[in-house]
Design a binder for this molecule. Structure first.
Ligand code: HEM
Length: 678
């Protein structure tokens, strides 16, 4: 044994000790390069060159690796909406962003790449050469993304790890419908449409199913062929299903606890489904985008500045008197019409007037001045703006699932109409922004300054603060103007209808309003606070008739919903129409009952905070929410104070979906004066 140890360790020890034993001279001789003694000068030079070449190659290789890793990191940063890194950016900029990833890295990235329609603006580049075959493939890729690990042990292991950190998912499970199913679920994952998104799209177009998309969300159990509309349905749909439409592939949820989970994984810069036709129009015309279409850090920057102007309690107190003035004016004019008509009521469909009312209201808030839409001869240009918004909304829906670039190339009439509608909206908003700007400048030159007078409106505030460049102010003001008309006018139609056909509710809300007004002694803000049924009425209407039928998000981390694993980056839609009508979420879901939102009965338990979602949720919720809520409550307050509302037919109304949910036919209401002039 001893001899074996000696022989194994002997050689290295000898070498080691021989090194130590060298004196200075000997060491110099040993360490001197051999060519110094034996090679010629030529050989020396060649050797030096080879060394240099090798060094260059090594540096280039190193640089390439760094770029590849920078490209990967940038991809993941973009995907998870993390802050950019200047070092990585520099690496990529140095090669003009062109980095070819080696196969193994590309595979890592590929399995994480979000589906084509989720990639935002970068997608437009690829539209240049787009054809339907490519589109179809991209749709298939997006579904493959969900199944990238399908059936593999590693996939299962990874997923178990993901869910394992939640500490509640048992081991085991199997693949189903493209998702990892952890245990036998009560509802199996299925498609509410055909499994091929392109077949669905073709049929939707042919059979005009878009108009009833909200009901489709309720009918998840039906096959596509037997699909038909239910005018006013209570539903017990599956809480979870998959929807494929063109290139869009989403997981649809409706239970508050699932929506809560989705909300918790929306990240710092929440993203919803991109409205491609709108974004394409901005790109086509070279316009800036406002918050609706922006994402990432730029969205947040704009959004925080806008929140200060329209979302904070202080902002509400600033614009509330402007909205009140318009509401009083509207009701005063309606009163005048009734009085002129003598005794008896006036039966009228108020829809056209409501659109003018909401445009007048939003303009007053944005520009700080009235635009005269409630006069007897309203400005025809404003009427054209309203028509343009309607056309823009109507043409958006069928365009949503098609590549705008392709339609643009084909010169498709639908795309042309859409562009013309947006052009008109931009032109109109632009004129208003310019005149607001000129007015502000002349005020400032005259030495007054907006601060001396009444609230000058959102535009002036943004201009005066100077924190946003003019182009971005213009883009955001245009969006607020376009977003502030139909969204508010349509729920008001539903409000009038439901109050009219439910006299008991109408009476109790009116009683509360009258009491609140008396107590508040002319302080409208105080009166609103003292009449919570007004807020309940608005919430109840938006529960039954949500303006947008879904709120969408791309979770930034993997989540588990209903025992299904949902990979980060999957499009998930919270379906508001079936949520609002679900008997497992609301008791007596079809009853118009504003009081359900008051007090302790308004909900408790898991996910109870995610039942009233018409304005979306979290930091990305509707930025016009406070304007819309205040405007609608003030309108109802003055209407109920002045008129009794009735409808001839109390039958359920039919709705249609044209990007916003609307009544299918006019809703005539009979208004009768309650009191002499108040
Ligand atoms: C009853 C009326 C309204 C409803 C139900 C409504 C609904 C919504 C919903 C569901 C969203 C998406 C929120 C999310 O993704 O979480 C949204 C976003 C938005 N809404 Fe509204 N809206 C209404 C009125 C308004 C008004 C009056 C304006 C303009 C003054 C407006 C402007 C916008 C804008 C600009 C966004 C995009 C916000 C962002 O992405 O940061 N909306 N709205």
């Amino acid at each position: 044994m001893a001899s074996m140890v000696k022989s194994v360790l002997g050689a290295p020890i000898n070498l080691f000790s021989s090194c130590l034993s060298l004196d200075g001279k000997e060491r110099e001789q040993h360490s001197a390069p051999r060519w110094q003694t034996r090679r010629t000068v030529d050989e020396q030079r060649r050797y030096q060159e080879e060394l240099e070449e090798e060094k260059r190659k090594r540096a280039a290789h190193c640089e390439k690796r760094k770029r590849e890793r920078a490209a990967m990191r940038t991809h993941f940063r973009h995907k998870y909406q993390l802050a950019q890194n200047a070092k990585d950016d520099n690496h990529l900029n140095a090669v003009g962003g062109k980095v070819v990833l080696p196969r193994e890295l590309a595979a890592v990235v590929r399995s994480e790449v979000p589906p084509a329609q989720e990639r935002g603006f970068s997608l437009f580049g690829s539209f240049q050469e787009l054809d339907f075959r490519v589109l179809r493939e991209s749709a298939q890729n997006s579904s493959q993304q969900c199944t990238s690990h399908r059936g593999t042990t590693e996939g299962a292991r990874q997923l178990r790890r993901t869910a394992g950190c939640r500490g509640q998912i048992p081991a085991g499970g199997h693949w189903a419908g493209g998702f990892w199913k952890w245990r036998e679920p009560c509802h199996s994952l299925h498609c509410n449409t055909h499994t091929d998104g392109w077949i669905n799209l073709a049929r939707f177009w042919k059979e005009d199913v878009f108009r009833t998309l909200h009901s489709l969300h309720c009918t998840t159990q039906r096959t596509f062929n037997s699909y038909h509309t239910l005018p006013h349905c209570a539903v017990t749909p599956a809480p979870f299903c998959r929807e494929r439409l063109g290139s869009s592939d989403s997981v649809n949820v409706l239970l508050p606890q699932d929506i809560g989970e989705l909300f918790r994984s929306e990240g710092l810069h929440p993203r919803r489904m991109l409205f491609e036709p709108w974004a394409a129009h901005r790109e086509y015309r070279g316009h800036n985008c406002g918050v609706f279409l922006k994402n990432g850090a730029e969205w947040r920057e704009d959004r925080l500045l806008l929140n200060r102007e329209v979302m904070t309690p202080a902002a509400v107190m600033r614009f509330l008197p402007l909205l009140d003035e318009v509401a009083r004016d509207f009701v005063g004019r309606l009163r005048g019409r009734l009085e002129r008509g003598g005794r008896g009521g006036l039966t009228v469909d108020l829809a056209p007037e409501l659109f003018r009312f909401t445009l007048e209201s939003i303009c007053h808030v944005l520009y700080g001045e009235r635009v005269g839409l409630l006069s007897d001869s309203p400005n025809p240009e404003a009427q054209r703006f309203i028509s343009a918004v309607e056309l823009m909304l109507e043409t958006t829906l069928p365009l949503l699932y098609l590549p705008p670039r392709l339609l643009q190339r084909l010169g498709a009439p639908l795309w042309k109409e859409h562009v013309a509608a947006w052009d008109h909206i931009f032109q109109h908003a632009d004129e208003r922004v310019q005149s607001g700007y000129r007015k502000l400048r002349s005020d400032v030159t005259a030495g007054g300054g907006a601060s001396d007078r009444k609230y000058p409106g959102v535009l002036a505030e943004l201009l005066l603060k100077g924190e946003l460049p003019l182009e971005r102010i213009r883009a955001n003001i245009t969006e607020l103007m376009a977003g502030g008309v139909d969204t508010t006018a349509v729920p008001l139609q539903f409000c009038l209808f439901e109050l009219a056909r439910t006299p008991s509710v109408q009476d109790s809300v009116r009683r509360q309003v009258q009491r609140a007004l008396e107590q508040a002694g002319g302080d409208v803000a105080q009166a609103l606070r003292a009449a919570p049924l007004l807020r309940g009425t608005v919430k109840e209407i938006l529960r039954l008739y949500p303006v947008g039928i879904s709120v969408q998000r791309y979770p930034v981390k993997d989540i588990v919903l209903q025992n299904y694993h949902i990979p980060a980056g999957t499009l998930v839609q919270a379906c508001l129409y079936p949520l609002g009508r679900s008997s497992s979420v609301f008791s007596e879901p079809l009853r118009f009952w504003p009081e359900r939102w008051l007090g302790s009965g308004s909900g408790s338990g898991s996910g109870s905070g995610f039942r009233s979602l018409a304005f979306g949720f979290g930091s990305r919720q509707c930025v016009g929410r406070r304007i819309a809520e205040t405007e609608m409550q003030l309108f109802l307050m003055h209407i109920l104070k002045n008129f009794k509302l009735e409808v001839k037919s109390k039958t359920d109304l039919r709705t249609k979906y044209t990007l916003i949910l609307q009544p299918e036919s006019p809703l005539p209401i009979t208004f009768t004066l309650l009191t002499p002039d108040p």
